[in-house]
Design a protein around this ligand. Structure first.
Ligand code: PAF
Length: 283
C-alpha cells in the first residue's frame, strides 16, 4: 500500500500512531539505486517513509535546480511496482506541495558541519552541504525514523549526514548502501540523463580509473605512492574536478597511517558533474 502526503501537518498526524519506521530521502526522478534503498528498508521495517523533494537550498545559484527532472507520476509508479514484490509492506511518500511545507516562512535554522562542508564537493559547491544537512535534519524531525538509508555514490554526503546525526545526538541509524551501476560500470545517477551517448561513453573513465587505482594499490600501503603518481598524471585532464584518496570517516588527505580509505572522484562533462568513489582497505 502506498499513501501520498503533501503537507507537514498531515505527515505529523499520520506518523503519530505508528511504530518504528525506516526512511529514504530523495529528490525524485527515481532509478534502481533509489529502489535498492527502499528494498533495504523493507528488510528492517514493515513501513517505510520516502520523501521526494527537490531541495532548493542545496543548489548553488548557477546550478540545475530549475532543470532538475521532476517526474512524480513515474516515481510513484516505480514505488508501486516495487511494492508488488512486497505485498505486506507499505510506503508513505512525502512529496511536499511547496517549499513552505519544509521551510515555513519564519524558518531560520541552518546546520553546518564545519570543515567537511568546505572540502571536495564543498569546495565546488560552497553552500551545498549546509542545504543537505538542514533539509535532512528537518525531514528526520518530521518523520522520526529509526533507520535512514543513503546511497554511497554520494559518499561525502553520507559522511556529513552521519556526522550531523552524531553531533546532534539524533536517534537514527544512518545506513550506507552500495552504489548501483549500469553494466558498463557507470554509477546510476539522475544526472546521467543530461549526458549524450558520447559523453556517457567518456564518463566510463570514472569507474575505469577507480578500478585501476584499486588494482594498483592491491591492499598494500606501500603501493599508495604509485597510486598518487597515477593520480597526478590523470588529473592533467582538466575535466577532473578531483581524484583523490582519503581516509574513510574523516575524509582527511593524511592517509599514511590509515587503513580504511576511499578514492573519491568527480569527472565533468560540460556542466554535468559525475561523482563516483571506491572504498578499500590497506595494510
Ligand atoms: O541525495 C539526495 O538526493 C539529496 O541530497 C537528499 C539527501 C535527498 C537531500 O535533499
Amino acid at each position: 500500500m502506498i499513501k501520498l502526503i503533501q503537507t507537514s501537518e498531515e505527515l505529523l498526524k499520520h506518523r503519530k500512531n505508528q511504530d518504528k519506521v525506516g526512511f529514504v530521502a530523495t529528490m525524485g526522478n527515481l532509478h534502481e539505486g533509489h529502489v535498492s534503498l527502499l528494498e533495504a528498508g523493507f528488510k528492517d521495517f514493515d513501513h517505510m517513509y520516502f520523501s521526494i523533494f527537490v531541495n532548493p537550498t542545496q543548489f548553488g545559484p548557477t546550478e540545475d535546480f530549475d532543470k532538475y527532472p521532476r517526474t512524480i507520476e513515474k516515481d510513484l509508479a516505480l514505488i508501486e511496482a516495487c511494492l508488488k514484490k512486497y505485498p505486506h509492506k507499505s510506503v508513505t511518500v512525502f512529496n511536499p506541495k511547496d517549499v513552505y511545507e519544509i521551510y515555513p516562512k519564519d524558518f531560520k535554522l541552518q546546520i553546518s558541519i564545519q570543515e567537511m562542508n568546505k572540502i571536495l564537493e564543498g569546495e565546488h559547491r560552497p553552500t551545498h552541504f549546509d542545504g543537505v544537512t538542514t533539509v535532512v535534519y528537518r525531514l528526520f524531525a518530521l518523520i522520526n525514523p529509526t533507520k535512514s538509508y543513503f546511497g554511497l555514490k554520494d559518499f561525502q554526503q553520507y559522511i556529513v549526514i552521519k556526522k550531523m546525526v552524531a553531533d546532534m545526538l539524533l536517534p537514527v541509524e544512518i545506513v550506507g548502501m552500495p552504489i548501483i551501476r549500469e553494466t558498463t560500470g557507470l554509477a546510476l545517477s539522475s544526472r546521467n540523463q543530461y549526458l549524450n551517448p558520447v559523453q556517457k561513453e567518456t564518463a566510463l573513465i570514472l569507474s575505469k580509473t577507480l578500478n585501476h587505482l584499486k588494482e594498483l594499490i592491491n591492499g598494500k600501503k606501500e603501493n599508495l605512492a604509485l597510486a598518487q603518481d597515477y593520480i597526478r598524471t590523470m588529473i592533467k585532464d582538466p575535466n577532473w574536478d578531483y581524484l583523490t584518496i582519503r581516509e574513510t570517516n574523516t575524509l582527511t588527505e593524511k592517509i599514511e597511517n590509515q587503513s580504511s580509505l576511499v578514492i573519491l572522484a568527480v569527472y565533468r562533462q560540460e556542466k554535468t558533474r559525475l561523482l563516483d568513489n571506491m572504498q578499500l582497505e590497506v595494510k
